[in-house]
Design a protein around this ligand. Sequence first.
Ligand SMILES: [Zn+2]
Length: 108
Amino acid sequence: MEMTRLEQMWRLFGMPGLLMAGALLGMLLVSALPELFAASLRDLASVPLLGGLAWGTVWWILNAWKLYCWEAGTWEGSCIFCGGHMHSADGVSLCLACSTRREAQPLA
Ligand SMILES: [Zn+2]
């Protein structure tokens, strides 16, 4: 079954997006706590929260770059949407797992 465009975007940006949103929400929650708890809890939570935000951001950028290479036709390797094996024939690459097609473009 072929994935829709929306599914493809979700596969690429859903998880990093959720991770970034979750980390930001966590930061908001921690900063909204009463002063008394907040000082120690903020210190405790800031490392994983910042780590989560940084990770989400890097992951998002990485996937945006993958998509860019994919669209530009320069991506080599497994399917960027599901990690499946690509089969190339007659200038068309087809993912054997999710049936995503990609027209191979001549390298400039
Ligand atoms: Zn695939």
